[in-house]
Design a protein around this ligand. Structure first.
Ligand code: HEM
Length: 481
């Protein structure tokens, strides 16, 4: 660990050397996010700093110049894919998927999500509406004498997002099988538990423990077999061509059509790629959704203005287009994410070779470099009165016609709003997130009264730098008259 010590930067945190490198800092495990936040506040944004983490130092940069430098750095020096590989353990958790020469820049996933999903989603959304309605009815069964039902907010959000993603990405045949839906929910839970546990194991144990954990429930292999069979079926039917106009419109088909080389088109690689996209699409979106639902409960004064905006947009245009006419909801989502990011860090990169920033901050090989997004997005110099939840914060009047619009939009990337990552590698799923969250929130706002069962109950817990919704936090919903 000492050989990895960064230079020309402040080293924070308390290093507690217990049984070896995987217990380097207990403080990082139990409150990495809090440590980062308080160091940023103490040192100010221009100073980089580092904290001892599990196997490495985490070097945090927050000035405009360094955030841009990090975002623009070459993958061969400061690597995004290595950071993800180390965190997610793809090989074991994503049905064998690996970032490698088969698709070195992740172009297939990016084309599927950023182009094909984005273009096709608006036409698919009307068809998704009954699924959203049914899921609420299914999960909200027991009612008290006033008509209120209780549900775990995070579980509800995960189930909603899984159902929508299954339809959009895997198609109706798989998505309409209840056993498959149960398996996807279980699989996503298995991945999170396995990847977090593996971060605390010595590396020689990971190849033994991770596959065993992923095999335990059988969910990943059940999904893998089902997706593989569906891919085989589609390849046989299409006879290898992508010209059939009656072919399905879903993620499986988009992955097949976007995979061009022989190695990309093997059945196993296609199935792995689809499962990798499925995983990328669920966990963070469910967390963002539940935080937005909590914000509705914590700030009920904004529900009526949001309702009016939805009614107005629906009366002015078609169902599929009205999601583009909800500036207040867009700003609400951006504000919700600003105050409730899903991790204290963003733009995470692993140094594959030593790297020295223009200001002299020196990062030896093997360390993680990242941006402390929670602290930046709550810095009063960037966002006045930063702790205040103000859903009007990102609204602007268009001087040309006096109309109100979201500015910047929820999906816009900026160095001091790193929620979606860096400009160069920004999340390709952000438009899907934006439309899906608007669809679900609109449903809640138009169809239900909503509140928290206990406003004072803790809603999150911190695990290393992740800020995770508690499954024990209960939402109460009542159908509106
Ligand atoms: C609220 C939900 C989400 C958040 C906050 C989020 C955030 C991010 C961030 C921070 C990155 C890394 C960017 C960087 O380091 O510069 C990223 C990458 C990525 N995201 Fe998302 N994401 C979300 C949802 C989704 C969804 C729904 C999908 C898929 C449908 C998705 C697919 C991806 C993929 C494939 C990448 C890797 C892109 C590449 O290889 O360059 N994300 N996301």
């Amino acid at each position: 660990m000492y050989s990895k010590r960064p230079l020309n930067t402040h080293i924070g945190g308390t290093s507690i050397l217990l049984f070896g490198k995987w217990f380097t800092s207990l403080e990082f495990v139990v409150d990495g996010a809090g440590t980062v936040f308080s160091l940023y506040q103490r040192l100010g944004r221009d100073k980089s700093f580092a904290i001892p983490a599990l196997n490495e130092y985490q070097v945090l940069v927050s000035s405009e110049q360094k955030v841009r430098e990090l975002g623009e750095s070459a993958e061969s020096v400061l690597s995004f894919h290595t950071a993800m590989e180390q965190r997610i353990q793809h090989k074991y958790t994503l049905f064998g998927f690996q970032h490698n020469d088969i698709d070195p820049h992740n172009d297939i996933a990016k084309r599927v999500i950023k182009v094909l999903l984005r273009i096709n989603l608006p036409q698919m959304q009307q068809g998704l509406q009954p699924l959203v309605q049914d899921l609420f009815k299914q999960e909200l069964t027991d009612r008290d004498s006033d008509g209120w039902s209780q549900a775990s907010g995070f579980t509800l959000a995960k189930h909603l997002v899984t159902r929508i993603n299954n339809y959009v990405l895997l198609g109706e045949k798989l998505a309409s099988d209840p056993a498959f839906e149960v398996a996807v929910n279980r699989y996503l839970q298995d991945v999170v538990v396995t990847m977090e546990l593996c971060r605390h194991l010595p590396s020689f144990l990971v190849p033994l423990v991770a596959p065993a954990m992923m095999r335990w429930s059988g969910a990943m292999h059940f999904i893998g077999r089902s997706v593989t069979a569906e891919v085989e079926d589609r390849l046989v039917k299409s006879n290898g061509t992508s010209q059939d106009p009656s072919k399905p419109c879903d993620g499986i088909q988009w992955v097949i059509d976007s995979s061009k080389t022989l190695e990309q088109r093997t059945v196993s690689r296609l199935a792995q790629q689809i499962i990798a996209i499925l995983f990328a699409s669920v966990h963070q979106m469910a967390a963002a959704l539940v935080y937005a639902m909590y914000d509705l409960c914590l700030h009920p004064e904004f529900i009526e203005p949001l309702r009016e905006e939805i009614k107005h947009a629906r009366s002015a245009t078609s169902y599929e287009d009205h999601f583009d006419r909800l500036p207040l909801m867009d700003s609400f989502l951006r504000e919700s994410a600003r105050l409730s990011p899903l991790d204290a860090l963003s733009i995470q990169r692993v140094a594959l070779s030593p790297y020295t920033f223009a200001d002299g901050t020196h990062v030896p090989t093997g360390n993680l470099v990242a941006v402390p997004q929670e602290a930046i997005m709550q810095d009063p110099d960037h966002y006045p009165d930063p702790k205040k939840f103000d859903p009007y914060r990102f609204l602007a009047v268009d001087e040309a016609d006096g109309s109100v619009r979201a500015f910047p939009k929820y999906t816009d990337v900026h160095w001091n709003y790193p929620f979606w990552g860096s400009a160069k590698k920004a999340c390709p799923g952000r438009w899907f997130v934006s439309r899906t969250l608007k669809q679900v929130l609109s449903h809640v706002i138009m169809e239900y009264d909503v509140k928290l069962a206990d406003e004072n109950a803790s809603r999150t817990f911190v695990w290393t730098t992740a800020i995770v919704p508690r499954s024990s936090t209960k939402l109460m919903l009542r159908a509106r008259k």
